[in-house]
Write a protein that binds this ligand. Structure first.
Ligand SMILES: NC(=O)c1ccc[n+]([C@@H]2O[C@H](COP(=O)([O-])OP(=O)(O)OC[C@H]3O[C@@H](n4cnc5c(N)ncnc54)[C@H](OP(=O)(O)O)[C@@H]3O)[C@@H](O)[C@H]2O)c1
Length: 252
């Protein structure tokens, strides 16, 4: 237990891409806070392993759904409403990268990266926004990336997609105010499978750490706490913002 209470007891929280990495840690912490969680992933075995680990009984719904496919997103929201009755929080956590430069990206690759990051966040935010607007309450938090503001080798298309998510955060914050708050967090490198290709190479790891004033990569929990804060009443006057969670990397 973290020992910190974020006042999220009884809240209905959807975490896209919650079967491993940051999303799984997020689901765990929301459950610890007394929330009910609906999560999705593409692979059933990942969802089964996450459900076994989280061991949350009927406070957890794990749905096989591709967050960039409109029909899957509709089904995910319908199942969540059928089981839990409302949606208080959406965490747009799904994201992926394929290693390429922009100039050499073929259009299929470009589309895949844009779909899995920007389009997935659009499809889920659109559904959540409509539901939360009629509930007259809700919070949407998207996971962006330092790559949205700093061009990084092999992460150009991904950075462009995340920059789109940051602009969507500001647009939706205005469209859904005053009842629904829309924010994003922007992590630097976090130690998950997603970025393992970079941090598992000790030379590359050390080079990256040199660019971080706090002198280490992030752990998933470093990202989860700021998300919980943005979903809590302590953030009641914050909307349309992107919170950097990068150990100070963007400050230098
Ligand atoms: N790790 C980092 O260094 C880092 C840094 C900055 C930002 N981020 C962002 O943080 C978020 C989480 O990253 P992570 O490191 O936790 O990634 P991860 O370890 O690769 O986990 C990704 C999760 O999303 C699911 N997923 C991926 N594509 C999906 C789709 N189209 N539909 C549904 N589920 C999907 C995966 O399950 P399935 O494979 O079964 O679908 C898995 O549960 C992403 O948005 C990423 O861009 C990560």
């Amino acid at each position: 237990m973290s020992g910190i209470s974020f006042g999220l007891e009884g809240k209905i929280v959807m975490v896209t891409g919650g079967s491993r990495g940051i999303g799984l840690e997020m689901a765990k912490m929301f459950l610890e806070q007394g929330a009910k969680v609906s999560l999705c992933g593409r692979k059933q075995e990942g969802l089964d392993a996450a459900a076994a680990l989280l061991n949350a009984g009927n406070r957890l719904l794990a749905v096989q759904a591709h967050a960039a496919k409109s029909e899957d997103v509709d089904m995910l929201f319908q199942r969540t409403l059928d089981v839990f009755g409302r949606i208080d929080v959406l965490i747009n956590n799904v994201g992926m990268n394929l290693i390429t430069t922009v100039v050499d990206a073929d259009p299929v690759m470009w589309q895949k990266i844009i779909d899995s990051n920007l389009n997935a966040a659009f499809l889920c935010s659109r559904k959540a926004g409509q539901i939360m607007r009629s509930q007259k309450s809700g919070k949407i938090v998207s996971i962006s990336s330092l790559a949205a503001r700093r061009s990084a080798p092999a992460m150009g298309v991904y950075g462009i997609a995340k920059a789109g998510i940051e602009m969507m955060t500001r647009v939706l914050a205005q469209e859904l105010a005053p009842d629904v708050q829309v924010n994003a967090v922007s992590p630097g490198m976090v130690k998950t499978r997603f970025s393992q290709v970079f941090w598992s190479d000790s030379n590359l790891h050390d080079q990256i750490v040199k660019t971080i004033p706090m002198g280490r990569l992030a752990e998933p929990l470093d990202v989860v706490y700021p998300v919980l804060f943005l979903c809590s009443d302590a953030a009641r006057y914050i909307t349309g913002q992107v919170l950097m969670v990068d150990g100070g990397a963007s400050a230098i």
